[in-house]
Design a protein around this ligand. Structure first.
Ligand code: ADP
Ligand code: MG
Length: 250
């Protein structure tokens, strides 16, 4: 069975998509067979990996409602398989709400391809709605990126409460594998203090941090992960370390 890692935080702009792309690229570079799942109707991850959502015929939207996953998967230049998203996913969210088995939607979709992958990485949407619940229900681990400016935000508490609800309910095995401070400017002592304070505050492992780097924004334009476009940038080095920790620290 693959290890399923959900990258989740209901705040937008905390580097979920960047993290999902970077970690899956690092896993693939480590020789692992990786499926990346775009569960955000905005399809940023899909675009960032060079796939035009307007040309996608079958997407995560249809797969969550029962279409075979192998019909929807596309191979990306990062040697990672992608289950792309389209705007249709917003309608799927609404359709799933009406289903009693909605939380099983992703887990059920992944089951037939379980032996093809070592890792499944899920890029969640910036909500705590059905799509994110389906991701948490299918996940072995959840990683929570936090943008440096938002480290004190109560959004993290809400997400951890939601993960706990999922753990008590449909997915007792779910582990919050860590918090990941992103876009951190380590030159400021304030940023360093906030990062140091995090682990005590939430009682969770703190991975990274991932430094702010102008290189990160250039990668999606080329349809690649920053690990490929700027392999020696400080952000890439940090992501590679986080990937190693996730692979060997479990
Ligand atoms: P989310 O998926 O949580 O909304 P994104 O991954 O789309 O967040 O990132 C939000 C913005 O922050 C993007 O413009 C991205 O390029 C930028 N960004 C992410 N990580 C970094 C970083 N380490 N350094 C600089 N910019 C970053
Ligand atoms: Mg995103």
């Amino acid at each position: 069975m693959p290890r399923v890692l959900a990258v989740a935080n209901q705040k937008g702009g905390v580097a979920k998509t960047t993290t999902a792309a970077a970690l899956s690229t690092a896993f693939a570079q480590a020789g692992r067979r990786v499926l990346l799942v775009d569960l955000d109707p905005q399809a940023c991850l899909t675009f960032a990996l060079g796939v035009d959502a307007d040309e996608v015929v079958t997407s995560s939207a249809e797969v969550l409602l029962g279409a075979p996953l192998e019909d929807a998967v596309v191979r990306t230049a990062e040697d990672v398989d992608l289950l792309p998203a389209t705007l249709e996913l917003a309608a799927t969210d609404a359709a799933l709400v009406a289903r009693p088995d909605r939380e099983a939607a992703l887990r059920d979709a992944l089951a037939p391809v379980a032996d093809r992958y070592d890792d499944v990485v899920v890029d969640c949407s910036p909500t705590l709605g059905v799509l994110t619940l389906a991701a948490l229900a299918a996940a072995d681990e959840v990683l929570v990126p936090l943008a440096a400016e938002m480290l004190g935000h109560r959004a993290v508490g809400q997400l951890l409460d939601t993960a706990e609800d999922v753990r008590r309910g449909v997915n007792p095995g779910l582990v919050v594998v860590g918090l990941l401070p992103t876009m951190v400017d380590l030159r400021t002592s304030h940023a360093r203090e906030v990062v140091e304070d995090l682990s005590g505050r939430y009682g969770l492992p703190v991975l990274g941090p991932v430094p702010r780097s102008v290189r990160v924004a250039e990668a999606p334009v080329r349809g690649r992960s920053v690990l490929t476009t700027s392999p020696r940038s400080r952000a890439s080095l940090a992501y590679r370390e986080v990937a190693t920790e996730l692979l060997h620290g479990r």
